[in-house]
Structure formats: structure tokens, C-alpha cells
Write a protein that binds this ligand. Structure first.
Ligand code: HH2
Length: 284
């Protein structure tokens, strides 16, 4: 399987890792850590050295405690210098921008981002699908409900007896939004949105039954890194200490069909996923 994006094609014949670069003061696990472009540069250097296939740069948090939405101007002020630095420092690096705003997507694509990671799956900005079609980026359409302030809370975590069915149906609607905007299916990756409008049991069900989401026919990304359900399962309260739980969830997701993994800690996930893949697929 392949994924087309603005600067080429990413082959998904092995697990692909997106290293997280949150340029936000309030992200749940690493907020406020990057206070300058130089800090972001150093983090990107490390993520690339540890084996990231791409970096995912975000300037607006969706933290579970209820995030504060930021203006497009502020988001651009945070992410553009980081994208420009990444392009300069790492020739050919694959860059994704984590945004729900079409203006941010468009300007980041012009600055060198080849992928738009929209945690609202084109729900929150009526122009987003058309912009992504025009600038020919690859898109990640992630399942969520509600707006930026409450999508990572339980406000909309209201499911019947088959939550994965509802998640799958809503991702199919997102894929139709992309198709209607003439984004070729080959440019689309789907993501169940672990922890977004989901209680832990619903996040775990989405991972356990990930094959139902993969059956839609598009590659699947998961973002489990350091998330709350891992804390609940392990008792590890500090998000940055949830590395082993994150690796466990990612290896299980790989077995159920995920091929793209959005993580804070690249090295342990790279090693674990490469070894798991050699065992599962038989191809070192
Ligand atoms: N999770 C977060 C943000 N963006 N994108 C995708 N595709 N999938 C995810 O699961 C996902 C995502 C939330 O995590 P993080 O960036 O660490 O925190 P915050 O939103 O507080 O910045």
C-alpha cells in the first residue's frame, strides 16, 4: 500500500513513524517544552536521528482538560518558523501539519508541509477539503466529535453497543467529504482518534477492532502516545513515563492493521515496531 502526498509517495510496506513536535504552551504531555525555534530544531534533529519517517508539527492543543482554541495568526506564528527550519535543516524531510484550519494548512503547504493532519476530519472548516485538494497534500482524517475545546473530553463520548461501528461510519463520511472535494482516495489516511470523544474502553475497543477500520480500504494511523487509557491501564500518572505502555499499544495496533504511528518517543517505538514487523510479516 502507498500514500500519496504533496512531494511524492510514502510506501507503507513497513511501519511508518511520525514524530510529534508540539509548538504549544498547553499540550497534555509536553506542553510548553518548546519555547524557541532552536528548541524545536533540536527536537526535530533527535526525532530524525532516532528514525522518524516524518514529523507532525502542531500549534494548537486539543488537550483532554479542555483546550483553548487559538487564532489562525497565532497558530501560523508558532508553526511556520518550525516548518521552515525543518526544511532547511533536513533536506527532503516529510512534514505534516496538525491543524483544523484551512488557512494554516494552505500556508504550511507553501512553507513545505506535504501532509495535513486534521483531527476534525474536515468537519470544522468548510474550506479545508477544497484547500487540501488544491495544494495536493496527503491528508490524515481523524475521528473526533465536537470542536477543538471539547473533542478530547467525554462530552461527545456517547455511543451505543457498537462504538467501533459508529467510528467506522463517521470515518466513511469523512472519506466521502474528501472524495466530494476531489481528493483522490490515494491521498487519504484514516485514524480512529484514540482518546478523542472516547472513554478508555472505547479507545481500547477501537484498537482491538482496528481491522474493521482498515477494511474501509485506506491506510490507518494511530496516535496512542502517552495517552490517558495507557495511564489507566498501567497506573503511570506522568504522561512522559508512559513509554512502555505506548509501545505495547502500538505493537498491538500494528498487528491489527495500523501502518502509521504518531509518537513522542521515536526510538523505542522504532525498535519495537521494526522487530514486531519482522516477526509478523517475516521480512526484516
Ligand atoms: N492526537 C493528538 C493530536 N493530534 N493526530 C492524529 N492523527 N491522531 C491522534 O491520535 C492525535 C493527533 C493529541 O495528542 P498530542 O499532540 O500529544 O497533545 P495535544 O493535543 O494536547 O497537543
Amino acid at each position: 500500500m502507498h500514500w500519496q502526498h504533496a512531494s511524492g509517495t510514502l510506501s507503507l510496506d513497513k511501519p511508518r513513524i511520525f514524530g510529534i513536535v508540539n509548538v504549544t504552551p498547553d499540550s497534555f504531555s509536553d506542553g510548553g517544552r518548546l519555547t524557541s525555534v532552536d528548541d524545536a530544531r533540536r527536537l526535530i534533529d533527535r526525532l530524525v536521528a532516532e528514525g522518524a519517517d516524518a514529523i507532525d508539527v502542531g500549534g494548537e492543543s486539543t488537550r483532554p482538560q479542555g483546550a483553548t482554541p487559538v487564532s489562525a495568526d497565532e497558530e501560523l506564528r508558532r508553526v511556520i518558523p518550525v516548518i521552515e527550519a525543518a526544511v532547511k535543516d533536513h533536506h527532503g524531510i516529510l512534514i505534516s501539519v496538525d491543524t483544523v484550519k484551512s488557512r494554516v494548512a494552505e500556508e504550511c503547504a507553501a512553507a513545505g508541509a506535504s501532509i495535513v493532519n486534521d483531527v476534525s476530519a474536515f468537519r470544522l472548516d468548510a474550506e479545508m477539503a477544497a484547500v487540501c485538494a488544491r495544494v495536493r497534500v496527503g491528508v490524515v482524517l481523524m475521528h473526533s466529535r465536537g470542536d477543538v475545546a471539547d473533542m478530547a473530553t467525554f462530552t461527545h463520548a456517547t455511543y451505543g453497543d457498537d462504538p467501533v461501528r459508529e467510528i467506522t461510519d463517521e470515518l466513511c463520511v469523512a472519506l466521502e467529504r474528501a472524495t466530494a472535494a476531489e481528493i483522490p482516495a490515494e491521498r487519504v489516511v484514516l485514524d480512529p482518534g484514540i482518546g478523542f470523544s472516547k472513554r478508555s474502553a472505547q479507545s481500547i475497543a477501537a484498537l482491538r477492532e482496528l481491522d474493521r477500520i482498515a477494511a474501509i480500504g485506506r491506510p490507518v494511523m494511530v496516535g496512542v502516545s502517552r495517552k490517558r487509557f495507557i495511564g489507566e491501564l498501567t497506573g503511570v500518572t506522568t504522561p512522559a513515563d508512559r513509554v512502555a505502555g505506548t509501545v505495547g499499544a502500538n505493537v498491538a495496533a500494528l498487528d491489527r492493521g495500523a501502518r502509521l504511528f504518531r509518537v513522542h518517543d521515536v526510538k523505542p517505538n522504532r525498535e519495537a515496531l521494526d522487530v514486531a514487523w519482522a516477526v509478523l510479516d517475516g521480512a526484516p
